[in-house]
Ligand binder design. Structure first.
Ligand SMILES: Cc1cc2nc3c(=O)[nH]c(=O)nc-3n(C[C@H](O)[C@H](O)[C@H](O)COP(=O)(O)O)c2cc1C
Length: 191
């Protein structure tokens, strides 16, 4: 008996190298998981290790045109982590210019419980577009894990390496697990 299927979207920031920590914890908590990566995030992750853990290849591109069936399981919860400055802004604007963000756009539109964990420095987080993006996502009932209440703040520029170790994988999983309780399942695979 599983809790359901957790889709994880990794963007191109240092903590993506540790996304297997989230996968492992989620599996221990009876989620099935798969990881989708932005094209830039492929350089940060160990796709083979992720596939061994999840049983699914890491998706980054659309399926080839000849495929007729959807290959991903029904999605019950979504975690976007680490979420870059670039992708947070794009998601809030509804931009879907790669496979990962197309999936995210559709899942948020289907009101699948979604947690976004940005990994941004303080200079980027101070930008008005980013602050508007966070507010707009929260208006859409996306849980943006950022701020004093979450104990997760933007880091000083240049300190990302040390901050990476503190990335709140477990707290993000706890948050989405709470949101997913009692929520009907949905699915998305635009490929
Ligand atoms: C080594 C390296 C580390 C990076 N770290 C971050 C980061 O911590 N946060 C961030 O928002 N962008 C970071 N970037 C920049 C993003 O990778 C860049 O904006 C990229 O276009 C994001 O693509 P994506 O949002 O499609 O994943 C980093 C880039 C490199 C090369």
């Amino acid at each position: 008996m599983t809790r359901g299927h957790l889709q994880i979207v990794a963007c191109a920031a240092g903590p993506a190298a540790d996304v297997t920590r989230l996968v492992t914890t989620a599996i221990q908590q009876s989620w099935t998981t798969a990881v989708t990566a932005t094209p830039s995030a492929l350089d940060f992750i160990d796709a083979e290790a992720i596939e061994r853990l999840t049983g699914h290849p890491v998706r980054s591109n659309y399926q080839s045109a000849g495929r007729t069936h959807r290959s991903l399981p029904v999605v019950d919860a979504l975690i976007i982590a680490p979420a870059t400055y670039n992708s947070v802004n794009k998601i809030a604007l509804g931009i879907a210019d790669n496979y990962a963000l197309t999936t995210v756009a559709e899942l948020i539109g289907r009101q699948v419980p979604t947690v976004v964990v940005p990994f941004v420095n303080a200079a980027l987080a101070a930008r008005a577009p980013f602050q508007r993006a966070v507010a707009n996502l929260r208006d859409e009932r996306v849980r943006v894990f950022l701020g004093t209440d979450d104990g997760w703040e933007p880091h000083p520029a240049g300190s990302g390496g040390s901050r990476q170790k503190a990335f709140p994988w477990t707290a993000a999983l706890d948050a989405v697990t709470g949101m997913a309780s009692g929520v009907p399942a949905s699915s998305a695979d635009p490929g």
